[in-house]
Ligand binder design. Structure first.
Ligand SMILES: Cc1cc2nc3c(=O)[nH]c(=O)nc-3n(C[C@H](O)[C@H](O)[C@H](O)COP(=O)(O)OP(=O)(O)OC[C@H]3O[C@@H](n4cnc5c(N)ncnc54)[C@H](O)[C@@H]3O)c2cc1C
Length: 130
């Protein structure tokens, strides 16, 4: 972070410009790539004293869920929407979670929410309470 050494901000709390100066979107893909980048860059810096290279974002496609059985995918060269996009959204998000425990927990929560038509907000509140 500007003005602070050894303090880094990434993901939703950081505003990172792309090569044209436009801020990158506050999406999971950006946060995940920044996490990998920072981990690797810090490890290399500590091990070999390598200067940290600038972060480069690689757009692998954006996705958002917009309802039950409805999601959108934008790969740049192809767009996808509807049930298939919704299913892919769920599979990809579970796959990207860290660790088997988290994948299982989120899959079961989503399955329960799907079966019972439970609203997402209530699931989030339950996480806070436990
Ligand atoms: C409703 C909603 C839908 C979204 N849908 C999509 C989508 O379809 N596709 C997409 O790409 N992105 C989506 N996003 C955006 C995506 O979730 C974020 O861009 C991504 O999670 C950012 O990751 P992050 O690590 O920066 O922050 P987070 O994932 O928010 O992680 C921050 C973590 O820090 C923890 N934390 C906060 N304060 C403290 C503290 N003081 N001490 C310790 N821990 C703390 C929080 O509990 C949290 O676990 C959505 C976001 C929302 C809110």
């Amino acid at each position: 972070m500007k003005g602070l050494t050894d303090v880094y901000a990434l993901g939703d709390m950081a505003s990172t410009p792309d090569e044209n100066g436009t801020p990158l979107p506050v999406l999971a893909q950006v946060a995940a790539q920044q996490g990998y980048y920072l981990g690797r860059a810090l490890a290399d810096n500590l091990k070999d004293g390598k200067a940290m290279p600038p972060f480069k974002f690689h757009n692998r496609g954006n996705t958002a869920i917009i309802g039950r059985h409805a999601a959108v995918f934008d790969f740049g060269w192809m767009q996808l929407k509807g049930r298939l996009a919704w299913l892919m959204w769920a599979i990809i998000h579970v796959y990207l979670l860290v660790g088997f425990d988290n994948r299982l927990r989120v899959s079961l929560q989503w399955l329960w929410a799907y079966i019972t038509y439970e609203r997402g907000a209530r699931l989030i509140m339950r996480d806070f309470e436990s």
